[in-house]
Design a binder for this molecule. Structure first.
Ligand code: GAP
Length: 479
C-alpha cells in the first residue's frame, strides 16, 4: 500500500462520515479531528474489544477512570516535567519547525552517513541511529551547532537544505492554570499518559477489590501532547485516546510477565481486529532510546501506507513510578503480601496503545480497491463494522418499503442496521461496501409472494435467496 492510499482513506473517512477535519468552517485546526457517525461506532467497537480482552478475559484485571487533571506533583514525580521532551529545530529561512528525529527519518542515507561520521556513531540504518543522532545533538549543542546544516539536511517543505537552528528540547505537556495551581504556584498539566492516574490510585484499587499481586488495572481515556509535528492523519495528534493496562507483579516475575504480555498483545491484533500478522512486528528499544522510566521496551508496529509505525508500547517500568511517588508524596506505596508477610514495591509491566492509531490501522487493513468491479470496499471484521446489514426495498412502491421496514425491525433487534431506498440497488450496495457493511438484504416482489429475500455478502458479492426466518441464522453462520 502506498502513501497515496492514505490520501484515499482520508477522503473516504470524510465522505462516509468516519472522520472529519476539526473546525473546518474556520479553516481547520491542525492535527485535530472529529469522529463522525460511523467513526464513533468503529472507535467504540475497537475500545470494547480491548476492554473485553483485558477486564473480561482476566479476572485479576479491573477498570479505572481517573481524572485528566491531577495534582501537579504527579508530573514532577513521574519525571515528565524534566524528561518528557522532544528535540526540535527550526528552519531560519521559512520558520518551519520540525522534530529532529522526524526530520532525519526523511533524509537520504548520504545525509545520515555524514551525521554519523561527524558524531562517531555507527550507522545501523534504523530508528536507533536516528535516536542517537538526536540525543548527541542535544547533549553537545556547542560542538554540533550547525551539524544539520553542514550535513545537508533538507527541509521537506521547501526541498532545499535548511538553515537550521540549534536543536533544543521541547516539553510536550500542555500547561494550564486551575484554582489550586495558583495557590501552589505550580502549573496544572493535561495528562500526557493515563498511566499515572493508575499508579496514584493503585493501593485504593487493590484494597477495595481485595486484589493480590499479580493484578492489573485497565483504563481508557484522553491524553494530550503538544506534538511539534503532528502528521499522517490521525496517527499523531495533540489530543488522543489511550488504552493502558498496568500489570503489578512481584519484582522476580517482571521478565516472564513481559514475555506473556508481548504474546497476548500481538495476538489481540490478529484475532480481535483482523490484522494480518505479516503487517505486524516487534521493535525492541535500544538502551539509548528507552524512556526515562523503562528497563525494557518493545513497540508493536504496523505496516502503514507511510511505513512501519508504532501502535502499542509494552514497557517494563520496574518500580520507578511507585518509588518516585513515594519519595515526593511521603506516602507508603508498598504492597503487603499477607501470606508471605512480605512488603515490596511491585514492578509494573505496562501495555499502552492509542485508540486513534488502532482505528487508522483497522481502516488501512480493511481498505480494498476492487478494480474488477470498480468499487472500494472496506473489509471490516463483522464485530467492528459500524452497520452490520443494509435493508433495501427494490422499489419505492408496491408495498415493498412497508415489507422492508417490517424486516428492518426484525433484524435490527439483533444487529445495528441501516435502511436505504435511494437510487439503484447496485449503487446502494456500493455505498455500503465503502462503509464496510457486511450484508445487504433486498426485498422484492418475490418476498411478498413467498417470504424470501436476497442476501448479499460484501466481500464476495455472492447473493443467496433465503427465507425470512433464516436471515439471523445466515448472518450468524457467515459473519
Ligand atoms: N504510558 C506509556 C506511554 O504513553 P507511549 O509509547 O508514549 O507510552 C503509547 O504511548 C501509545 O499511545 C503509542 O503506542 C500510540 O499508540 C499512542 N500515542 C502516543 N502519542 C500519540 C499521539 N500524539 N497521537 C496518537 N496516539 C499517540
Amino acid at each position: 500500500m502506498s502513501k497515496k492510499h492514505l490520501d484515499k482513506i482520508v477522503s473516504l473517512c470524510k465522505r462516509k462520515g468516519f472522520v472529519f477535519p476539526n473546525s473546518e468552517i474556520y479553516g481547520g485546526l491542525k492535527a485535530s479531528y472529529d469522529y463522525g457517525p460511523l467513526g464513533v461506532d468503529l472507535k467504540k467497537a475497537i475500545s470494547e474489544k480491548w476492554w473485553e480482552a483485558m477486564t473480561r478475559n482476566f479476572s485479576n484485571i479491573v477498570g479505572l477512570d481517573s481524572s485528566i487533571m491531577v495534582h501537579p506533583d504527579v508530573w514532577e514525580a513521574s519525571g515528565h516535567v524534566a524528561n518528557f521532551n522532544d528535540p526540535m529545530t527550526d528552519n531560519k529561512d521559512n520558520k518551519k519547525r520540525y522534530r529532529v528525529d522526524d526530520l532525519l527519518l526523511q533524509q537520504k542515507s548520504k545525509v545520515i552517513d555524514a551525521l554519523c561520521n561527524m558524531m562517531s556513531i555507527e550507522n545501523t540504518n534504523d530508528n536507533d541511529t536516528i535516536d542517537k543522532i538526536s540525543s548527541t545533538l542535544l547533549n553537545d549543542t556547542d560542538k554540533y551547532n550547525d551539524a544539520l546544516e553542514s550535513a545537508g539536511v533538507i527541509d521537506p517543505f521547501s526541498g532545499n537544505i535548511g538553515k537550521w537552528t540549534q536543536a533544543t528540547q521541547f516539553n510536550l505537556m500542555f500547561k494550564t492554570n486551575a484554582g489550586p495551581s495558583e495557590k501552589t504556584g505550580k502549573s496544572i498539566y493535561l495528562r500526557p499518559e493515563t498511566a499515572q492516574g493508575i499508579y496514584i490510585n493503585y493501593l485504593l484499587v487493590q484494597n477495595s477489590m481485595r486484589l493480590k499481586v499479580p493484578f492489573g488495572i485497565a483504563q481508557i481515556g484522553k491524553a494530550f501532547r503538544n506534538e511539534i509535528i503532528a502528521r499522517n492523519f490521525i496517527f499523531r495528534t495533540r489530543e488522543f485516546e489511550q488504552m493502558e493496562m498496568q500489570y503489578f507483579v512481584h519484582p522476580s516475575e517482571d521478565e516472564s510477565s513481559m514475555k506473556f504480555w508481548k504474546e497476548q498483545r500481538i495476538d489481540f491484533y490478529s484475532s480481535e481486529l483482523g490484522i494480518n500478522k505479516e503487517n505486524l512486528k516487534f521493535h525492541q528499544h535500544s538502551e539509548d532510546s528507552l524512556a526515562h522510566y523503562a528497563k525494557d521496551a518493545f513497540d508493536i508496529e504496523y505496516n502503514f501506507p507511510f511505513g512501519w509505525g508504532e501502535v502499542e508500547g509494552i514497557h517494563n517500568r520496574t518500580d520507578f513510578d511507585l518509588k518516585e511517588h513515594e519519595k515526593l508524596s511521603g506516602k507508603n506505596m508498598m504492597y503487603f503480601d499477607a501470606i508471605k508477610n512480605e512488603k515490596y514495591h511491585p514492578y509494573i509491566i505496562e501495555t499502552s496503545t492509542g485508540l486513534n492509531r488502532l482505528f487508522l490501522m483497522v481502516l488501512c487493513e480493511a481498505y480494498h480497491e476492487d478494480t474488477e468491479n470498480s468499487r472500494i470496499v472496506l473489509k471490516l471484521p463483522f464485530d467492528l463494522a459500524p452497520n452490520k446489514i443494509v435493508v433495501c426495498p427494490l422499489l419505492k412502491k408496491d408495498g415493498l418499503p412497508e415489507k422492508a421496514q417490517e424486516i428492518f425491525n426484525i433484524v435490527s433487534s439483533e444487529h445495528k442496521c441501516v435502511y436505504d431506498e435511494q437510487g439503484s440497488i447496485g449503487k446502494r450496495y456500493y455505498r455500503q461496501d465503502e462503509a464496510g457493511t457486511p450484508f445487504g438484504i433486498t426485498i422484492d416482489h418475490e418476498t411478498l409472494d413467498n417470504n424470501t429475500v436476497t442476501i448479499r455478502e460484501r466481500d464476495s458479492m455472492e447473493q443467496h435467496r433465503i427465507s425470512l426466518d433464516k436471515i439471523l441464522e445466515f448472518v450468524s453462520n457467515n459473519k
